[in-house]
Design a binder for this molecule. Structure first.
Ligand code: AMP
Ligand code: MG
Length: 406
């Protein structure tokens, strides 16, 4: 049985980058960019004022103070958007607004607060200590890289794209992820429960996880535990970029998913990983499709997705950083169950208190208990071959959501 690191590596090594598509920048939020963006322009494209005030020659106002102000003649006024016509010469100043171009001759802005004016003259009450000039190209120099290929487009990147005048942008196509739920006991979620049956929750958990990763879920429904039916259902998922099954990959009498995957052409890359939950996990490739056979327990599905599938989706889209943040947190519980034979992932709730991460285990640690996951915002990661941590110990925690700040 391989360890989690080996399995992660096998998965990531199997990923190839997905093709790209052009979208308008208004549609690009949350997508992953598939080109490197350069700026043709200097931004700002002219030296401009960072403040409302007066454009002056520094040397003219060097001796200015409250008690002996320097008086300058006002020769022009430049609101933002207008071009100065005059040159600042000795003894003169030009009134200027934030963002307006710096007139010829001026080398600093005296801020409004340091002046008094009657409209034709201005009294400067303090020397210039800061120029308040935003030089041309200060934000972005012409010819420089603005956004690297593979970056997640957040608001600031979309704003940058607008700043450099882009209308269209290449982004990674959203990977299509087929979901197949398996199990004779699994019934559609809108059916009444009866003895021996469970409602299909995995398809819905996966749907959210897939969307959150930036991909598109395709639900293939529920297949019964027969090779025939599994093969038939799996074939419908083969034109997806990824295929995820839940259930039926263990060593039980009716666990046929691994066989069925191989029968539809999967090249097996691994089966069984030293992790808890999620040990009987299968991975392989079917042509260009990455196939993940996750165990059926609702928490195993989520953990398997977080550890293997999500990084694969992000890498496929070209992202460099494919992992969730892993932080150190202080354990606030007396004890956490951990035998140490496998790496354990435990539902936890992280909070920040006095600048430090603290974590508590959420609910019973059973892999069937989605409720514990619902109350969690993190997964404790307890390494193989280490003893169970005690209260006050530092543990590694994978952050799935923003922690609560106290
Ligand atoms: P399996 O991996 O097939 O042995 O299933 C493990 C456990 O997960 C069993 O208790 C199943 O009933 C449960 N399970 C399997 N598939 C689903 C599903 N789609 N939704 C909710 N529970 C499931
Ligand atoms: Mg089953």
């Amino acid at each position: 049985m391989i360890c989690v690191e080996e399995a992660e590596k096998i998965v990531l090594d199997s990923v190839t980058r997905i093709d790209s598509e052009e979208v308008r920048i208004t549609e690009a939020y949350g997508r992953t960019i598939a080109e490197t963006v350069m700026s043709d322009d200097d931004i700002p494209c002219y030296d401009n004022s960072a403040m409302d005030g007066y454009a002056v020659r520094k040397e003219d106002v060097a001796s200015a103070s409250q008690d002996s102000p320097v008086e300058l003649e006002l020769i022009e006024e430049i609101p933002a958007g207008t071009i100065p016509q005059k040159t600042v010469e000795a003894g003169t100043a030009i009134k200027i607004m934030t963002g307006a171009p710096i007139p010829e001759g001026a080398d600093a802005i005296v801020i409004l607060e340091d002046t008094e004016s009657d409209g034709s003259k201005v009294k400067v009450l303090a020397p210039v200590t800061k120029d308040h000039i935003r030089p041309k190209g200060e934000d972005i120099a012409a010819g420089s890289r603005v956004i690297e290929d593979g970056t997640l487009l957040r608001s600031q990147e979309i704003g940058m794209l607008a700043s450099v005048g882009r209308q269209q942008i290449k982004v990674a196509r959203r990977p299509r992820v087929a979901i197949l739920s398996t199990g004779d006991e699994v019934i559609p979620h809108d059916q009444p429960l009866e003895r021996g049956k469970v409602r299909n929750s995995n398809a819905f958990t996966l749907r959210g996880l897939i969307q959150d990763a930036g991909a598109v879920p395709i639900d293939l429904g529920i297949a019964k535990d027969t090779k025939n039916e599994l093969r038939r259902a799996l074939k419908r998922g083969l034109n997806a970029d990824l295929l995820i099954t839940s259930g039926g990959v263990s060593v039980g009498e009716y666990d046929f998913v691994k066989d069925a995957l191989e029968e539809v052409g999967m090249e097996l890359k691994y089966w069984k990983v030293q992790m808890k939950p999620g040990k009987p996990s299968v991975f392989g490739t079917i042509g260009k499709t990455l196939a993940f056979g996750l165990p059926g327990n609702p928490v195993s599905v989520m953990v398997g997705f977080e550890v293997f599938v999500r990084p694969a989706i992000l890498k496929m889209m070209g992202r460099k950083e494919v992992r969730r943040p892993l932080v150190h947190a202080i354990l606030d519980d007396e004890k956490v169950k951990h035998k140490g034979k496998r790496r354990s992932f435990v539902c936890g709730r992280v909070r920040v208190a006095a600048g430090a991460f603290h974590v508590t285990v959420r609910g019973p640690q059973g892999s069937g208990m989605l409720r514990s996951m619902s109350r969690a915002n993190a997964l404790l990661v307890l390494p193989k071959d280490t003893p169970a941590p005690q209260k006050g110990d530092t543990v590694s925690v994978l952050l799935l959501d923003n922690p609560r700040i106290e």
